[in-house]
Design a protein around this ligand. Structure first.
Ligand code: NAP
Length: 316
């Protein structure tokens, strides 16, 4: 496994993490033993960075992680867990209550990194109110590092301004080889500020793997049924890129998932993908996306095809 410094923390985290939204009804993995297998095989492969959130499965993801780490006898200090509080729970008091509940579910004394999951768009909690609560939790030893997820740069700047003794270390954002909006502002920002960007949906929810036919995607019942990458006009274009990803994978005797993730880590040293897995094999494959690099020529070829894709999020 390759390791990288998380933000400016001096903490060494694996070059790729494990996303765990899968442990929820949204994705359909609700059997504890399957989740435990994914967690244990990821750790065996050297992954030490786990991304969760209190809303994943209404606490199920955090519960599965806490139980699995305990049953597997994983030393607390050997694992780095990121969890998040959604925008609507960001009043000063709710931040403390939310963290207490996450700690209970995770069976931890402290959280490695606490992130606001998304801005409080409809709840009008002032930015400095929750950032000061976050900072208090660091002071009290309940949280080690801070971050923000799905924040525009202007708001991230305001949030940083509210902190007196700490700074954020992580921005989390959607980023995959077809949805590349983060390249415009977020990645340049994390690069110039020495932060890490956790890339969510790094496989575009499997769309870049061409596992599913157009007919199959029209019958999705999980979280993907409304995802723009699977709108027919978008998905048809993505399938062309997926063919090229497969070709590169064959040249290196790798899996398409490994090429799609490798492409992201080549784009920026500050990007850490956090793919989710539905089973042990996927977890092992995803961990194998680092420790090697595809040739620049292939990276460029995929870049060019990806740039020719025009995704639209408008669906009516
Ligand atoms: N901060 C945020 O707002 C936010 C939002 C979304 C996600 N996230 C985080 O990011 C993580 C990853 O994003 P995501 O779950 O949206 O999507 P993703 O990682 O792009 O795709 C995950 C899905 O792709 C398939 N897959 C994974 N590895 C594979 C492999 N090696 N071979 C074939 N198929 C594979 C699996 O689904 P099937 O097997 O069913 O096809 C899996 O559920 C989440 O778990 C979560 O932690 C954060």
């Amino acid at each position: 496994m390759e390791f990288v410094e998380l933000g400016r923390t001096k903490e060494k985290v694996s070059r790729i993490g494990l996303g765990t939204w899968q442990f929820s009804n949204s994705w359909g993995l609700t059997i504890y033993d399957s989740a435990k297998e994914i967690i244990s095989s990821s750790i065996e492969m050297g992954i030490n960075l786990i991304n969760t959130a209190m809303v994943y499965g209404n606490g199920m993801s955090e519960r599965f992680i806490g139980r699995a780490l305990e049953e597997l006898g994983i030393e607390r200090s050997s694992i780095f867990v990121v969890t998040k509080i959604p925008g609507q729970f960001l009043s000063y008091d709710d931040v403390f209550k939310a963290v207490d509940r996450s700690l209970e579910r995770l069976r931890f004394d402290y959280i490695d990194a606490l992130l606001a999951h998304w801005p409080p768009a409809w709840h009008n909690h002032p930015t400095c109110e929750y950032m000061k609560a976050f900072e208090r939790l660091v002071e009290l030893g309940k949280v080690r590092y801070l971050g923000l997820s799905d924040y525009p740069i202007e708001l991230a700047e305001s949030a940083r301004y509210c902190l007196s003794k700490n700074d954020i270390q992580i921005l989390e954002a959607r980023y995959n080889i077809v949805e590349r909006q983060a390249e415009k502002e977020i990645i340049p920002y994390v690069e110039s500020s020495g932060l890490s960007m956790l890339a969510w949906s790094p496989l575009a929810k499997a769309a870049v793997l061409a596992k599913y036919s157009l007919e199959e995607v029209s019958n999705f019942t999980d979280v993907r049924k409304d995802d723009a990458v699977y709108y027919p006009d978008n998905y048809k274009q993505i399938l062309v890129l997926a063919d090229a990803i497969k070709e590169v994978a064959e040249k290196y005797n790798k899996k398409p998932s490994q090429v799609a993730l490798n492409w992201l880590i080549m784009y920026s040293k500050n990007v850490i993908p956090i793919p989710g897995a539905k089973n042990r094999d996927q977890a092992i494959e995803n961990a194998g996306s680092v420790g090697w690099r595809m040739d620049y020529r292939y990276w460029r070829k995929l870049d060019e095809i990806s740039r020719s894709i025009r995704l639209s999020y408008v669906n009516f």
